[in-house]
Design a protein around this ligand. Structure first.
Ligand code: KIV
Length: 295
């Protein structure tokens, strides 16, 4: 895949791109071409916040990449945002892979995160490795995300030893909603110790980053200060090293009640609705296509 830099994408740090034999001028720090795990680690060290959004198709990938979003997550939330399911549980590897491929073929700069669906990695480290390899080979992902804390340590280690960067996901883990008793904040009171222990365990196992979902802000901040690896919050307050939102929530294509942690930055649904209504009116009124749009 070509590593081109969009003119509008912001520089994060210098990855020197000096080919052999191009003269004696000192290599200048160039804008990075592809976000890699070491860039994210450097951003944490500098105190520079990291951005992540979900993307499930080529155009959102293109737009979010152009906006300079560092991480594009082809989340299993595609299940209930693309495929019409009620939750993230039903989506399969075979359904998620083509979406992952569309995003990875399009994003020039962002790191693409493949999300391992429910049931595709929990059985054993071997099962997880074989699934993760599919996301890297067939999906073109640059890393994978999986849900779970200390209990997933052997899986994380296996993947990392096999050359696959792993982003963990702790706190509220949607794939375990039936075990957790629904969408509930994790880590309140005595539960804070479990969040801390899970965070330490996934770092120890080799994860390069950890998503914390629906965790009290003070607990997430404590984890972020203690850990060397990147923390990415969703409903976990401002103390995390980065933030992630599901794009259909953040840009208002989805209607209905939103979780408290969602801020709506655009109203794409209204734009599409008005466009579709105007098109229907033109067609029904016989004003489209007009001479300008006919041969
Ligand atoms: O699948 C997804 O969208 C996620 C985010 C909620 C982090 O896992």
């Amino acid at each position: 895949m070509s590593e081109q830099q969009s003119p509008s994408t912001p520089a994060v740090s210098g990855e020197v791109a000096a080919p052999y034999g191009t003269g004696s001028a000192p290599a200048a720090a160039a804008p990075i071409k592809r976000i890699r795990t070491h860039h994210l680690a450097e951003m944490k060290q500098r105190g520079e916040k990291v951005t992540m959004l979900t993307a499930y198709d080529m155009y959102t990938a293109e737009i979010f990449d152009e906006a300079g979003i560092e991480l594009l997550l082809v989340g299993d939330s595609a299940s209930n945002n693309v495929l019409g399911n009620e939750t993230s549980l039903p989506i399969t590897v075979d359904e998620l892979l083509p979406l992952t491929r569309a995003v990875s073929k399009t994003a020039k700069r962002a790191m693409v995160v493949g999300d391992l669906p429910f049931g595709s990695y929990q059985a054993s480290p071997e099962q997880a490795y074989l699934t993760a390899v599919r996301f890297m080979k067939e999906g073109g992902a640059h890393c994978v995300k999986l849900e779970g804390g200390a209990e997933m340590a052997p899986v994380i280690t296996k993947l990392v030893q096999g050359g696959i960067p792993v982003m963990a996901h702790i706190g509220f883990t949607p794939q375990s909603e039936h075990t957790l008793g629904g969408y509930r904040i994790q880590g309140r009171g005595a539960g804070a110790e479990k969040v801390l222990a899970d965070a330490r365990a996934v770092q120890e196992a080799g994860a390069f980053a950890v998503v914390m979902e629906m965790v009290p802000a003070d607990v997430a901040e404590q984890v972020s200060k203690e850990l060397d690896i990147l923390t990415i919050g969703i409903g976990a307050g401002v103390g995390c090293d980065g933030q992630v939102l599901v794009w259909t929530d953040a840009f208002g294509i989805r209607s209905g009640r939103m979780p408290k942690f969602v801020k709506q930055y655009a109203d794409v649904r209204s734009v599409l609705l008005e466009g579709a209504k105007a098109y229907a009116a033109d067609v029904k009124g016989g004003t489209f296509p007009d001479a300008e749009h006919s041969f």
